[in-house]
Design a protein around this ligand. Structure first.
Ligand SMILES: [Zn+2]
Length: 175
């Protein structure tokens, strides 16, 4: 049915194509099989492909490997409001007691305002004090992280080393 839909959409001639109804709880293998199959149907069409509701860093890589150009999701800011930070070494929860005395930045590889000005210790304090400033600081960082991530993916594609860059990211980020 998706193949048929793509065929009809191509006939109508749109400037861009959106893939919906995926990443809504189905197994990941199915998400990527459907995404890949849909992008293959769009082969040769010079128009961006947009996948709705994908915001996990590893899913960004996977979606791009299927041929997706654009994604969006509430994950980076919603998770920020729950105290979760996306970092180059994986997700961390600032509420963890391990961060109470940690004067280091949230993500040593990040140059965002939060990472430049605030320590993990301070962010941990904000969480436990119920300070709403935490939501803003972690949202700033998580959005900066996703922007940096998309830049990394763009550069890897431009330099024709997508697979190696994806492996390297996954090794540092973990699962
Ligand atoms: Zn940061």
């Amino acid at each position: 049915m998706r193949r048929e839909a793509v065929g009809r959409m191509k006939e109508m001639g749109f400037n861009a194509f959106a893939l919906g109804g995926l990443s809504v709880g189905e197994p990941k293998e199915l998400t990527w099989a459907m995404t890949k199959a849909t992008c293959q149907e769009l082969a040769g069409v010079d128009a961006p492909r947009y996948l709705m509701g994908v915001g996990d860093p590893l899913d960004f890589w996977e979606a791009c490997s299927c041929g997706i150009d654009l994604m969006d999701c509430v994950l980076p800011t919603r998770n920020a409001r729950n105290g979760q930070a996306l970092t180059s070494r994986g997700k961390i929860y600032v509420k963890n007691s391990a961060f109470r005395q940690d004067q280091g930045p949230l993500d040593p590889d990040c140059n965002c305002l939060t990472c430049r000005r605030y320590s993990r210790s301070y962010l941990c304090h904000l969480y436990h004090a119920g300070e709403l400033l935490l939501h803003r600081l972690l949202s700033l960082h998580n959005v900066a992280f996703m922007m940096r991530l998309t830049g990394m993916i763009q550069q890897a594609i431009a330099e024709d080393r997508f697979d190696a860059a994806y492996r390297e990211f996954r090794n540092n980020y973990g699962d």
